[in-house]
Every structure is written in structure tokens, then in C-alpha cells.
Design a protein around this ligand. Structure first.
Ligand code: CTP
Ligand code: CA
Length: 222
């Protein structure tokens, strides 16, 4: 559907979206990442821009093209993503955290390429900051939307995540169905309970999530 024909639910609102994986450096040529393609986050950014929002997209490493009209900031690590989000967060009305942020970074990073030898090599991993939880716990937070990628106990884990991070809206999906795929099946969790979206292309799922988020945003900000 052409952007022109999309209802402008988000006209006048500023939105920040994170998308894609992060890449945590091991040495000069290696790193740890995950199989996130960035498709869901980029689709959310496009759907929100088509709905009239002013979009900034903070993207981890992906080959995807920037949607029309979207301002893009490229980052590599979770720490970079946190810095980019912190620099933008005061200006925005809505934050949608779709990125598959690495939960850990490598402590003993090596400036040079590590040489192989016969010994066991140990990487020390230290926890990364939780970007979404940080934003949601600000004194005057934007309206925050999270994603939960689970491989089991989807609804229990996702609702616990929503409460722990204090999110008005969370989109829950099974990693087996979502990561790297072209379509997705999502359950939206909010204070009213569960809303199942039919399995569809990520573009269509994104439009439904944006519509739901806009409705909730307007409910909380009449
Ligand atoms: N998230 C984030 N910063 C992190 C980790 C996650 O902003 N360091 C965000 C993701 O973008 C997503 C939500 O938090 O919107 C949930 O991410 P997920 O990986 O499903 O949950 P975690 O809280 O990291 O817990 P776990 O991986 O143990 O399930
Ligand atoms: Ca995680």
C-alpha cells in the first residue's frame, strides 16, 4: 500500500526506533553477533514514517536500505547504540526498541588479531546495559514499546519482561518464527491483556503494531 494512502495516526510525533543486531568486538577482525536481520525494526520505522511520524532509526549492522524519509544513525555495539539513543531520547514522543541488542560484550578485547595456538581460549563476557529499561525508567520517559524474543513460555516470559521494564506495550514473538524471517506472528501485550495479530509479512505486522501503539499513545496522552 502506498504511503500516501496510509492514515496519519502519528502526525506531529517524533519517534525513535532501534533495529538490527549489535556486534560486540573480540579482536581486530572478529566479533559476536546474532541472526537478527533488522527487517522487523526497519518495517516499524517505515510504517511509522508512513503514518506521519518524524523518524530516527538507530541501526546495528545490516544490509537493509533506509526507508524513505527516515533519518538513520548507524551503530555497531550495544554501547554505541545506548549512546545514540541517549543523545536522541529527550527529543522524542515514542521509543520502539526492536533491536536484538547483545546481552554481553567481550571484556578482554584484543587490539590485534588473536593468533591461534594449542591452548583453550577463554572470552570473558560482561553484561551490556539494557537500553530499553534505561529509557523506560527515566523521570519523564517517552511512550515505550518493547519486543520480546522468546524460544519457549512466550506469554509468561514476555509479560514478565513487560512488567519488569515498565512498558505500556510489548510485542511478543517466538524466535523460531521471527528471527531472520520475512513474516512474523506477534502477540501484543498491554494493560488490557493480549491481542493476537495474524501471521503476516513483517510490513503488515509493523503497520498493525504502529496502529495499536498510536491508539494507546493517544489514550495515555489525550
Ligand atoms: N533490549 C535493550 N537492551 C538490551 C537488551 C534488550 O534495549 N541490552 C530491548 C530489546 O530491544 C527488546 C527488549 O529489550 O525490546 C527485550 O529484549 P530481549 O532480548 O527479548 O529481553 P532481555 O531483557 O534481554 O532478556 P533475555 O534476553 O534474557 O530474555
Ligand atoms: Ca536479550
Amino acid at each position: 500500500v502506498h504511503a500516501f494512502f496510509q492514515p496519519k495516526y502519528l502526525r506531529g510525533l517524533k519517534m525513535l526506533v532501534t533495529a538490527g543486531p549489535t556486534f560486540e568486538r573480540i579482536d581486530a577482525v572478529r566479533g559476536i553477533t546474532n541472526s537478527s536481520s533488522g527487517k522487523m525494526g526497519f518495517a516499524i520505522a517505515k510504517a511509522a514514517a508512513d503514518a506521519g511520524a518524524e523518524l530516527t532509526l538507530v541501526a546495528g549492522p545490516t544490509m537493509l536500505c533506509t526507508p524513505y524519509g527516515v533519518r538513520r544513525i548507524n551503530v555497531v555495539s550495544a554501547q554505541d547504540m545506548l549512546a545514540a539513543v541517549n543523545a536522541e531520547v529527550a527529543k522524542i514522543d515514542i521509543f520502539v526498541s526492536v533491536a536484538a541488542v547483545a546481552d554481553y560484550h567481550v571484556l578482554n578485547q584484543s587490539e590485534h588479531k588473536i593468533k591461534k595456538d594449542a591452548n583453550i581460549l577463554t572470552l570473558e563476557l560482561a553484561p551490556n546495559p539494557d537500553i530499553l529499561a534505561n529509557v523506560a525508567s527515566l523521570a519523564d520517559p517517552p511512550f515505550c514499546v518493547g519486543f520480546a524474543a522468546e524460544s519457549e513460555n512466550l506469554l509468561d516470559y514476555a509479560e514478565a519482561k513487560r512488567r519488569r521494564k515498565k512498558l505500556p506495550l510489548l510485542a511478543a514473538n517466538l524466535v523460531q518464527q521471527a528471527i531472520g524471517a520475512d513474516d512474523n506472528e506477534v502477540i501484543l501485550l498491554d494493560d488490557d491483556g493480549q491481542h493476537r495479530l495474524p501471521r503476516a509479512a513483517k510490513e503488515e505486522v509493523a503497520r498493525a503494531i504502529v496502529k495499536h501503539a498510536a491508539r494507546l499513545y493517544n489514550k495515555y496522552h489525550p
